[in-house]
Each structure stands twice: as structure tokens, then as C-alpha cells.
Design a binder for this molecule. Structure first.
Ligand code: GLY
Length: 253
């Protein structure tokens, strides 16, 4: 059984943090409808949804991915890099407690889940404006005992590592090489986003299909031509808050 944890959108969504895009007004009704559509896609792909209520005073809290890293053996609670986002973690800890042993990074470590790319027993952490070497060190201490190796990755010009590269399946990564060095990913087949769609590298594989934004038709065609089965979702209103498809759920397989 696959469980997906999601959280409803805060009424203060328009006050979200932004790093690499300009602010434009978010239509809350449209954003909520798109979020519902995303949840429907997760259900269609076999997920049971654990839907948490909105956190009224935490504008970015719909982006639950940033609060934890879920592994088969353990869940690591993060310490998000933006101060406004640090309080998002406690309620996620409560939600995760029945499913996993919990460990937690502490100050001076900062890490957003969006910076954490798990590829087997290697865990890559984007050295973004949100995540730091102290987090890499603490993650190695917590997770090394389970056989994981945590590695910092240089990146630039985008919010998170998973803005620049995500896992499509065990052999394939979807990547925008302009934002991340490929040297760590040499063992993988790298699928480049279409140059006209720099934000298209964020996809979410769930039970054999790939959840993918409708806004990137050229990269959709590239993935489809390689035989991947995609489930398209409309998330452009959520993207105005610098969120993408991995950001809106925590998946417990
Ligand atoms: N608005 C998403 C983030 O900055 O974390």
C-alpha cells in the first residue's frame, strides 16, 4: 500500500517564500482546485491519501515534501532553510510517527526536502540557499547506520536540487543541466528537459506512472517517446509559489 501525505493550502498562500521567480498573484480558488486534481491523480495511481488540514499561518505548508525525507527504514525530519517554514515540521512528525522511526536534524543544519534526491543508498543534497553542509554531516550520522551515503551537490539558479533533477525510475533521471553539475549522476541515463522548458525537470514517479505538469508539453513528448507512462496534472497556479509536483506530497511506499 502506498500512502501519500498531503496538506491543504494555507489561506495565506500568497505570502509564500520566493527565491528565483518573481511574485505574481495566486488565485487561491484555482490553486485549491489544482491541488485537489493532484490528490485525485495520486489516488488514481493507487495512493491512500493522508490529508492534513491547512496550517492557516504557514503560507508554504502545502509543500510537505520539504519537511521530511522518507526512507524504508526511517524518516528524517528536516529543518527548513527559510525561518517562516521551520514550524511546518512538528505536525508532520506527528503524522509520520505511526509509520516510521523518526530522526531529526538540528541547528545549525538547514535542509529542505526538495533538496534531497534519494537514489538507492546514495542521497544527494543540493547546496541551495535552503540547505547546508551541516545538514549533510548530520544526515550522514543519522542515516549512515542504515547504509546510506549523503553527498552535497553544487547547484545554482533554482530553488531546490529537485527543481533541476528528479528520478524517473531506477535508471533514468530527468535533468536541466544548466542548473546542476552532472558529475554525480554519471551512472544514470540523463533525460534532458526541452530547452524551452527549464522548469520541467521535476516529475513524480508513483507506482509505475509519472505525475507530470501539463505546462511542459515538449518535455512530456520526450518522456512519452521513451515509453514512460505519464499522468498529467495542472499545477501552474501552485508553480507561482515556486512549487512543483514532488513538493506537494510525502510518499510512503
Ligand atoms: N515557496 C516555496 C518555498 O520557497 O519553499
Amino acid at each position: 500500500m502506498t500512502i501519500a501525505i498531503t496538506r491543504d493550502i494555507s489561506p495565506r498562500f500568497n505570502e509564500c517564500e520566493l527565491t528565483h521567480i518573481d511574485r505574481s498573484p495566486i488565485d487561491l480558488e484555482v490553486a485549491c482546485a489544482q491541488h485537489r486534481g493532484y490528490i485525485e491523480a495520486l489516488k488514481e495511481l493507487g495512493c491512500d491519501i493522508l490529508e492534513l488540514p491547512a496550517e492557516p499561518n504557514l503560507p508554504d505548508s502545502v509543500f510537505v515534501e520539504d519537511t521530511a525525507v522518507i526512507l524504508p527504514e526511517v524518516a528524517l525530519l528536516t529543518r527548513p532553510g527559510a525561518d517562516s517554514r521551520k514550524p511546518e515540521v512538528d505536525s508532520i512528525a506527528q503524522a509520520l510517527a505511526p509509520y516510521r522511526k523518526l530522526v531529526r536534524v538540528t541547528a545549525p543544519a538547514n535542509v529542505d526536502g526538495g533538496d534531497v534526491l534519494v537514489l538507492g543508498k546514495e542521497i544527494f543534497v543540493g547546496m541551495s540557499t535552503r540547505s547546508n553542509q551541516a545538514a549533510v554531516n548530520q544526515m550522514n550520522e543519522h542515516l549512515g547506520k542504515y547504509g546510506y551515503r549523503v553527498i552535497g551537490v553544487e547547484m545554482h539558479d533554482c530553488l531546490h536540487l529537485k527543481t533541476a533533477v528528479t528520478r524517473v525510475d531506477e535508471n533514468n533521471l530527468l535533468i536541466n543541466r544548466k542548473w546542476v553539475n552532472t558529475e554525480h549522476f554519471e551512472g544514470y541515463n540523463l533525460i534532458d528537459v526541452d530547452p524551452d522548458e527549464p522548469f520541467a525537470a521535476n516529475c513524480l514517479p508513483v507506482n509505475g506512472k509519472i505525475i507530470f505538469p501539463a505546462s511542459f508539453p515538449k518535455t512530456y513528448t520526450i518522456l512519452e517517446s521513451k515509453g514512460f507512462k505519464l499522468r498529467v496534472v495542472q499545477v501552474d497556479e501552485l508553480a507561482k509559489a515556486e512549487g512543483a509536483v514532488t513538493c506537494c506530497s510525502l510518499i510512503l511506499a
